[in-house]
Ligand binder design. Structure first.
Ligand SMILES: Cc1cc2nc3c(=O)[nH]c(=O)nc-3n(C[C@H](O)[C@H](O)[C@H](O)COP(=O)(O)OP(=O)(O)OC[C@H]3O[C@@H](n4cnc5c(N)ncnc54)[C@H](O)[C@@H]3O)c2cc1C
Length: 416
């Protein structure tokens, strides 16, 4: 049995009594139908107990691998456990691409979609916005397909693994494209405050990295599709003279190529290379989404508590995500700025820092990333999601006996 017993970060030890790695969908259907408490694990890259269960923990990594691009339809059919890095290679060879990627290509497609995982770009929705259809095994072992046209589709994509085990997804694809990546250093925060939208719209995907230590943003990563070379100076920041890692002092080798060297979309949109397996257990992460219209006020609120954030922080990343219509997406109906924190793996220091961040962002109806460390009370999270009750209704319909309702889901949506 190869199902991991902890998550990638090692801060969650799964409590499952039984681990399963079915080889066929029929085998999976039998496991689910027989289970009282079932959860599905993707690649285990979440930082909280969202995937945990005391019953049966199922991995879909052993199901037959499907990656079927269809250029004419503008889609790809993909098995749920496929990692983005794997999918991207096949798509690119077919002249196709995904609209965006997260910072790490090692994450499973279904797991990423289940939590609203995202990259950056003012016009780029989270990765789940590419989903056109979901095939899943529901609590009674039935295999159902939900297409984009279905009334409950918007509740069935970012679904926290609570509606069933996704076996396959159909995703929208676009023609393959090239990206060039540049890093600038030392963007004055005064400039960022004045020109936040201009800075974040300066490329297809823009990420800011800051340690909240000075009045400058440490690094700005620009990922551009076409256009001229990047100038040496920009908004008071200076073009980096060599490759950089987002965390100060770390060697840049695991990072995707910078310095404007053209590359395929999947070799530039993630910050980290697929052929470098990141060491596990060295970090925890948190992330909060606020409306982009509140970006500067939220930035200032965080800057005001930088002393409380600093003891736990490795690095912070600021990205944008376009609004979507997926009920539990952190970007539901609002263009967002996402404030991300990579923490040192010190649970107590992280808890203090998370509290400081949550207090600072409490005026902005911040939505926490479903797959990261947060302590926002469920009633506060609920208030920020207008379609909360609709999702609860969907849970009752799809999973009336609470097969997939682990502690995480019960805490937020009730025990059923
Ligand atoms: C180093 C690192 C970098 C990261 N970078 C980003 C980033 O750039 N952007 C971002 O938004 N997030 C990022 N994350 C967070 C990560 O993308 C999410 O936690 C994501 O959900 C992890 O996917 P997974 O396959 O590991 O899912 P898991 O952590 O295994 O599971 C997450 C949820 O998905 C459900 N799930 C998994 N597979 C299925 C399935 N087949 N059917 C139904 N439900 C399923 C699980 O039940 C669980 O509820 C990062 C995490 C790490 C460790």
């Amino acid at each position: 049995m190869t199902v991991a017993e902890t998550n990638w970060a090692g801060n969650i030890r799964f409590r499952a009594e039984r681990f399963h790695e079915p080889r066929t969908v029929d085998e999976l259907r039998r496991i689910v139908a027989a289970g009282r408490s079932v959860r599905v694990l993707g690649t285990g890259h979440s930082f909280n107990a969202i995937a945990d269960t005391t019953g049966d923990l199922v991995s879909v990594a052993g199901l037959p691998r499907v990656v079927e691009p269809d250029g004419r339809a503008g889609t790809v059919r993909v098995s749920a456990g496929t990692r983005f890095g794997e999918l991207a290679g096949v798509l690119d060879r077919a002249g196709l691409a995904l609209h965006n990627l997260g910072s790490l290509p090692h994450i499973s497609v279904a797991g990423a979609c289940a939590t609203g995982t995202h990259g950056s770009g003012v016009a780029n929705g989270c990765l789940a916005t590419a989903v056109r259809a979901v095939e899943l095994v529901t609590a009674d072992g039935s295999l159902v397909t939900i297409d984009r046209g279905a009334a409950h589709f918007p509740g069935s994509v970012v679904a926290l693994g609570a509606l069933g085990v996704v076996t396959e997804l159909t995703l929208d694809v676009v023609p393959a494209f090239e990206v060039r990546q540049w890093v600038y250093e030392g963007l004055p925060t005064a400039v960022l405050r004045e020109r936040f939208d201009e800075v974040m719209s300066a490329a297809y995907s823009v990420s800011l990295f800051t340690g909240w230590r000075t009045d400058r943003i440490d690094q700005v990563w620009l990922k551009r599709r076409g256009g001229p070379d990047a100038p040496g100076a920009w908004h008071g920041a200076v073009l980096a003279d060599g490759p950089r890692h987002p965390v100060p002092g770390c060697p840049p080798e695991p990072c995707t190529r910078q310095l404007g060297v053209p590359g395929r979309w999947h070799d530039r949109l993630p910050h980290f290379r697929l052929d470098f397996t990141p060491s596990s257990g060295d970090e925890l992460q948190s992330e909060y989404f606020v409306a982009r219209t509140d970006a500067v006020a939220a930035f200032d609120a965080l800057d005001a508590v930088r002393e409380r954030i600093a003891p736990a922080l490795q690095i912070s990343e600021i990205r944008t995500v376009a609004a979507d219509a997926l009920w539990l997406s952190p970007a539901y109906r609002r263009d967002c700025v996402a404030f991300h924190f990579t923490w040192h793996p010190d649970a107590r220091a992280v808890a203090d820092a998370v509290q400081a961040v949550e207090e600072a962002l409490s005026a902005f109806a911040a939505r926490p990333h479903w797959g990261k460390v947060f302590s926002t009370p469920p009633e506060v999270v609920r208030e920020s999601y207008p379609r909360w009750e609709d999702f609860r209704g969907l849970l009752g319909e799809f999973d009336p006996t609470g097969t997939f309702r682990n502690d995480f889901v019960a805490r937020h949506f009730g025990a059923g």
